[in-house]
Ligand binder design. Structure first.
Ligand SMILES: Cc1ncc(COP(=O)(O)O)c(C=O)c1O
Length: 404
């Protein structure tokens, strides 16, 4: 057993919203079947599926089979609402501030469609460490008048708020920033960045993909305007269940142009001439067409187990496990491409070893699952279902492979 202590509040924006009892590392192992056959350390890419998800998916098909269209106004609508409630708990958000999106890019598009990129305020500020999807999406807006300022990282791990602040001025419309960078796991101080954006009259979009589920998130405390992400990594929820959070006082002031019948106050009540209708009074105005209901069933158990286990407990387990990786890597003089301070990184540690890409293939042949990316090296991501034996097995295998 270990004591629960909260990490740096200015990095993670965490508060102890959910106060779980102390937990032991690995106590939820049996809930994740893949761990019985593989040493699974790739939750930054795809979280393990909980045992209960099979039932949840079967429930969806049963409802389809037995209820037909009646499932829409019954369990499927409830699934849309439940998804929002569970994500609100995980993100520390107020009720009625989170909606499903098919992916994070779609969430960013919904936000972008609320703004114009003309006149003096047309700049979008982002770092050169954002996830790949961000660049084609925001570059596309240059055709609508936006200008992009891409701020380079100093060290390839993170980007300082000071550097980003130099780019944020009265011409800035939006600032887009990862909460944790996918290349290194380094955390960004979104609270400070939000303050900087607001002081310049801009809005901040946080990309929480590599944070929510492994790092405590508290969007209320961050005072962030928008937060997007998806469930298939640290939320163990599979693909297609993205999410969008909007700050409650902003919701009513924004009217997304990227809209659809689910975004209206009443889906069939719109002006046939203009095609426009009254937007939904709440967060649903950010929906477009039919939500991806099967993906919400796939996401249900993973997000629930994360919410039940609690942000603080997961973070504590994660720090124990990532510290072990750092210790083992340092003992072998491997190059680390993640922050050494556990408070400054998420649940992933990148270890750069010569021949890393081939090593990952050889590890996979031994049922040890990690991945490799250029400029990162081998990405190792334990989650709350792993234990020290997984890390020991990985390093033992690495020792054997490197001796060959
Ligand atoms: C930080 C980050 N943002 C976004 C994405 C993906 O975005 P989308 O849901 O639009 O595919 C990923 C990984 O898949 C990611 O690591």
């Amino acid at each position: 057993m270990f004591s629960l202590s909260l990490g740096s509040p200015n990095l993670s924006g965490e508060t102890d919203l959910i106060t779980p009892p102390p937990r032991e590392v690995g106590h939820l192992r049996d809930e994740f079947p893949i761990l019985s056959t593989k040493t699974y350390l790739a939750s930054h890419s795809l979280g393990a599926v909980p045992r209960r998800t099979r039932e949840s998916m079967a429930e969806y098909v049963d409802q389809w089979e037995t209820q037909g269209i009646e499932a829409w106004d019954g369990p499927w609508w409830d699934a849309i609402l439940d998804f929002g409630r569970t994500l609100e708990q995980i993100l520390g958000a107020d009720e009625g501030t989170v909606v499903p999106m098919t992916n994070a890019t779609r969430g960013m598009a919904a936000i972008a469609s609320c703004f114009t990129f003309e006149g003096k305020r047309r700049k979008i500020v982002l770092s050169d460490l954002e996830f790949t999807t961000v660049y084609p999406f925001w570059r596309g807006l240059e055709e609508l008048g936006a200008t992009l300022e891409i701020v380079p990282s100093e060290d390839g791990l993170g980007v300082s708020t000071e550097r980003l602040a130099e780019a944020i001025d009265e011409s800035t419309r939006l600032v887009v920033s990862s909460h944790a960078y996918f290349r290194s796991g380094a955390l960004q101080d979104l609270k400070q960045l939000t303050q900087i954006a607001h002081a310049a009259g801009a809005h901040l979009i946080g990309d929480g993909y590599q944070a929510a589920g492994t790092v405590p998130v508290d969007v209320r405390q961050l005072q962030i305007d928008f937060y997007v992400g998806g469930c298939h990594k640290w939320l163990c929820g599979g693909a297609g269940a993205g999410y969008l959070y909007v700050r409650p006082d902003l919701i009513e002031t924004l009217r997304p142009r990227l809209s659809g019948w689910f975004g209206l106050a009443s889906p069939f009540d719109y002006d046939r001439e203009t095609g426009r209708g009254t937007p939904h009074p709440g967060i649903f105005r950010f929906l477009g067409g039919t939500p991806a209901v099967p993906a919400l069933y796939a996401a249900r158990e993973g997000t629930r187990i994360v919410a039940e286990t609690g942000n603080a407990a997961i973070r504590e387990i994660s720090k124990h496990l990532t510290n072990r990786i750092v210790e083992e890597a340092r003992a072998r003089s491997f190059t680390l491409r993640s922050p050494l301070d556990p408070e400054a990184r998420n649940g992933m540690v990148c270890v750069d070893i010569e021949g890393g890409q081939e090593i990952v293939t050889e590890l996979s042949a031994q049922d040890i699952i990690v991945d490799w990316r250029p400029d990162c090296g081998i990405r190792i991501s334990p989650h709350f279902y792993n234990d020290f034996s997984d890390i020991d097995r990985l390093f033992h295998a690495l020792d054997t492979l490197l001796k060959k």
